[in-house]
Design a protein around this ligand. Structure first.
Ligand code: FAD
Ligand code: NAI
Length: 468
């Protein structure tokens, strides 16, 4: 095989692309990964999951020192936040992680090609980089080009006053006020970061509840908790205009159903109304790869596009726009390309919102089970009744487990609470194994542990919780 001929060429080095590359190389396929950003890791490592969690961790530490330590008897004279140092922490975490992937590529013998990839014909990718162009040949081409910020028509994002998540991750100082357009995951996570540091946050959400894809009880509970933390909400409200004025902006809103308008002044406006597939410059039209009405690449259950030899995974194909979903698809596709039987179980994809308390969910919500006419039993256990949570002063929230009324198989789980994302993992595993709530309920959990709330919620499904 010549230097520029590969078994697999992957375009995009995000969680979908880089994981597919590593797995393909592990399976003996000669693999190249083309990335134009100048750093591996995609949206997730550079401007998504990792930097947002670094800021959430830093702002949580500040908030806890300023407002929560006193209850434990820890006296802190004066707590100050140095936003510049917080950004330094975030940048270091991002840099270390992205360099870590370069190391993994070397270790697994994946060829990292820096530049923009364009499919010029099936089996052929032209890469334009700083040093000019080169043509790569491949038996299989994988598109893993991810997604981009969705803008609001008529609103120009300058990443300083009117920002997307990318701008909100690098503000030079804490704004006095911030309007967040969209009460979804990004809005609540980044609204929380700046709210903890002192910004007055107003979330404007078009629908009648925040986190509209979560279980309804979870949405309601989180809205109450975040309101107690100082976040303001304008639900069932649409934004009609965002205008820069002075050093800030004015957001004009009105009821979604129509009615009188209102102006909200803010130093910073965060637009967080979703993300759209990114396929710019890929040359899809020229090779005839089909996309749907919303621009997502259409694939079958084996990630095949309509053009033989061209595959697509991750955010660019839609579904849950989550890093771990993209990674699972990357592994499954690499295994299929190596002649194995890679598979993704889309019924068991967890989703976590990293506010505090966290929100974690897997499987069906109560609303979905009702709509699908599936008879279920719900078991719920509050953290107020969990000894470990009480000792940590972290008693907000609950674990809710939904199980089939006839077989007791776990169909969904929803947690609001401390470390909810990590606690969810055992219920994700239970669902993957087709376990019943009784299987979890009969499993010994260490005491005192937050995990006991999971066990108790499963006992509650069976009508025999011990501690409520
Ligand atoms: P991406 O990560 O978008 O990677 C695609 C890569 O392809 C990019 O690096 C891009 O530069 C490159 N590319 C595009 N076109 C070309 C081309 N023609 N040539 C070469 N390279 C190209 N998900 C979670 O699971 N957990 C979280 O906590 C989380 N937090 C998030 C926070 C924020 C603020 C945002 C914005 C997103 C977050 N996400 C989170 C979502 C997550 O980032 C995405 O689901 C994930 O990155 C998708 O992976 P991907 O590989 O499909 O695409
Ligand atoms: P989202 O889909 O989570 O939320 C967007 C919200 O904006 C929804 O509540 C929607 O009803 C609302 N909305 C839409 N148009 C509106 C309008 N014109 N005015 C007011 N509200 C409007 O999208 P978000 O938060 O932008 O995140 C994008 C993606 O990134 C998501 O798919 C998410 O999965 C991923 N992500 C995941 C994270 C995690 O896993 N912790 C963290 C951050 C992002």
């Amino acid at each position: 095989m010549s230097e520029n001929t590969f078994d697999v060429v992957i375009i995009g080095g995000g969680p979908g692309g880089y994981v597919a590359a590593i797995r393909a190389a592990q399976l003996g396929l000669k693999t190249a990964c083309v990335e134009k950003r100048g750093a591996l890791g995609g949206t997730c490592l550079n401007v998504g999951c990792i930097p947002s969690k670094a800021l959430l961790a830093a702002s949580h530490a500040f908030h806890a020192a300023a407002h929560e330590y006193a209850a434990f008897g820890v006296k802190v004279a004066k707590v100050e936040m140095d936003v510049n140092s917080m950004m330094g922490h975030k940048d270091k975490v991002v840099g270390d992680n992205t360099k870590g992937i370069e190391f993994l590529f070397k270790k697994n013998k994946v060829t990292y090609v820096v530049g923009a990839g364009q499919i010029t014909a099936p089996g052929q990718v032209k890469v334009t980089g700083k040093d000019g162009e080169k043509i790569l040949s491949a038996k299989a081409i994988v598109i893993a080009t991810g997604s981009d910020v969705m803008g609001l028509p008529g609103v120009e994002i300058d990443e300083e006053v009117i920002v997307s998540s990318t701008g909100a991750l690098k503000l030079a100082k804490t704004p006095k006020s911030m309007v967040v357009i969209g009460g979804g995951v990004i809005g609540l996570e980044l609204g929380t970061v700046w709210g903890r540091l002192g910004a007055e946050i107003t979330v404007v959400e078009f629908l009648d509840r925040i986190l509209p894809t979560n279980d309804g009880e979870v949405s309601k509970s989180m809205q109450k908790i975040l309101a107690k933390q100082g976040m303001n909400f304008k639900l069932s409200t649409k934004v009609t205009k965002v205008e820069k004025k002075g050093k800030g902006a004015i957001v004009t809103v009105e009821p979604a159903a129509g009615g009188g308008s209102e102006e909200i002044k803010a130093d910073v406006v965060l637009v967080a109304i979703g993300r759209k597939p990114y396929t710019d410059g890929l040359g899809l039209d020229a090779v005839g790869v089909a996309v749907n009405a919303r621009g997502f690449i259409e694939v079958d259950s084996h990630f095949r596009t309509n053009v033989p030899g061209i595959y697509a995974i991750g955010d660019v194909v839609g579904g849950a726009m989550l890093a771990h979903k993209a990674e699972e698809e990357g592994v499954a596709l690499a295994e299929q390309l190596a002649g194995q039987h890679g598979h993704v179980n889309y019924d068991v994809i967890p989703a976590v919102v990293y506010t505090w308390p966290e929100v974690a969910a897997v499987g069906k919500t109560e609303e979905q089970l009702k709509a699908e006419g599936i008879a279920y039993k719900a078991g719920k256990f509050p953290f107020t009744a969990n000894g470990r949570a009480r000792s940590m002063n972290e008693t907000e929230g609950f674990v809710k487990v939904l199980a089939c009324a006839t077989t007791d198989r776990v169909l969904g789980a929803h947690i609001v609470g401390p470390n909810a994302g990590d606690l969810l993992a055992e219920l994700v595993l239970a669902m993957e194994f087709g376990a019943a709530s009784e299987d979890v309920a009969r499993t010994c959990h260490s005491h005192p542990g937050l995990g006991e709330a999971v066990k108790e919620a499963c006992l509650a499904v069976l009508g025999r919780a011990l501690h409520v």
